[in-house]
Design a binder for this molecule. Structure first.
Ligand code: GAP
Length: 417
């Protein structure tokens, strides 16, 4: 089976990702995150947010709305420029992105293809209840636009000075012509964006800085950073003067865009508001990544089969569950009571995502945790009742150590640093 198929099956079976509206037959390109998926996605977003806003000076965050004034998308250039040329086979009527097709012949049946036609990928929506008063607008086609819309608000309400950054994690919507490949190309997805505002003469310096900093950040999360690479765009989006992607195994994960003064200039022009700051329209370096894509690539990177074991070797800070606690035997009340004390303590005092399991034999419990990427399993056995020590089993090495239960807090806190 292809690795993505294994991930699709595992993530559905164990509650990471479900097809959207599945009981009604699903909606193409839309997925929901389940109980483990939401934990992992939140961990990931929190790491990104902390790295951006705590590990750097001069970066502030916002959380903008999905629905904006309709003029935004004319000003941004998306109404005109956000198009996918599409071609259709005259025989089997399958549709393809013209950019993906080499030649005039349908890759599915060999039929003749129509000339490419442009389709706008913005998702329209309407606001208002009275038919004649309805206002047509669009769901956010790229999250970053709300950062530009709030540029003036941020500089007026904070103490930022050039250069500085505004970050946001938020949903974006696109009527992708060819969606699919699980959560790789979605019609509703999440982006994490930095817009770094600077003077034009400093653009080259900052572009190189952010390009490398983002690559270093991703490299610290992946077990196999050798699968990450840069790809320079020859065909540029309408807003970009220079663009590199960070790719995982040749597939785009994040774009580093030299947006210059295009965005603030256009919004200044269309809104009639003065968006100059410190005497000029700031220029922008953008780092714009797909949260869902990063999620998928991390799963592919973490997936391993060792004998009978399927393991998700996720970075402990990303793993949805940090610790599983087991009583060696479920029918021994002393063991269960002691294990439950430890479980409750880790969950409610140390605030660690902790799971309880007392089903089946201990080997099966370990395997079940390996498959969801839980880095550590704590087992309470008969020796615990005598000397208050427990075993800690490590996911990746499958080896065990014994520690006083009282030292668990320090142990996990250090391991999660
Ligand atoms: N603001 C710039 C921008 O939106 P983009 O290259 O179109 O640039 C940035 O998107 C990132 O968003 C991509 O690198 C990708 O990770 C993610 N992305 C874009 N379209 C996506 C889709 N249909 N499904 C999932 N992620 C997507």
């Amino acid at each position: 089976m292809d690795p993505t198929e294994k991930i699709v099956s595992l993530t559905k079976r164990r509650g990471f990702i479900y097809p959207g509206s599945e009981i009604y037959g699903g909606v193409g390109g839309i997925y929901d995150y389940g109980p483990l998926g939401v934990l992992m996605k939140n961990n990931l977003k929190q790491l990104w947010w902390q790295w951006m806003t705590l590990d750097h000076e001069d970066i502030v965050g916002i959380d903008g709305a999905i629905i904006t004034h309709p003029k935004v998308w004319a000003a941004s250039g998306h109404v005109k420029g956000f198009v996918d040329p599409l071609t259709e086979c005259k025989k089997c009527h399958h549709r393809f992105k013209a950019d993906d097709i080499d030649g005039q012949i349908c890759p599915d049946c060999g039929g003749e293809l129509t000339a490419p036609k442009n389709f706008n990928t913005l998702v329209p929506t309407e606001l208002g209840v009275i038919e004649e008063e309805k206002v047509k607008t669009y769901l956010r086609g790229e999250a970053c636009q709300t950062i530009y819309l709030n540029f003036k608000n941020v500089v007026d309400s904070t103490r930022v000075k050039l250069p500085f950054g505004i970050v946001q994690i938020g949903k974006a919507f696109r009527n992708e012509v060819t969606f699919g490949n699980f959560i790789f190309r979605l019609r509703e997805f999440e982006q994490w964006d930095l817009q770094w505002f600077t003077r034009p003469e400093d653009m080259a310096k900052w572009y190189d800085y952010w390009k490398q900093a983002r690559m270093d950040w991703y490299s610290s999360l992946f077990n196999h950073p050798e699968n990450l690479s840069f790809h320079q765009h020859e065909k540029l989006a309408f807003y970009a003067q220079k663009a590199f992607d960070i790719q995982y195994q040749g597939r785009e994960m994040e774009g580093i865009h030299w947006r210059s003064d295009w965005d603030l200039g256009r919004h200044s022009q269309f809104s009639g508001q003065d968006l100059t700051f410190e005497g000029l329209i700031p220029h922008i370096v953008e780092t714009s990544g797909g949260v869902d894509r990063c999620f998928l690539f991390l799963l592919l990177d973490a997936y391993a089969e060792e004998g009978e074991r399927v393991i998700l070797k996720l970075h402990p800070r990303i793993a949805p569950v940090k610790v599983a606690v087991f009583p060696l035997l479920a029918n021994k009340p002393d063991l269960v009571a002691k294990a439950r004390d430890i479980y409750r303590h880790l969950k409610t005092q140390l605030h660690l995502s902790t799971i309880w399991d007392d089903r089946g034999n201990i080997g099966k419990r370990y395997y079940a945790q390996d498959e969801i990427g839980t880095p550590w399993c704590v087992t309470v056995d008969f020796q615990t009742l005598e000397d208050h020590t427990v075993t800690i089993r490590d996911r990746d090495s499958a080896s065990q150590i014994r520690l006083p239960a009282a030292e668990l807090d320090t142990y996990f806190t250090n391991r999660l640093k």
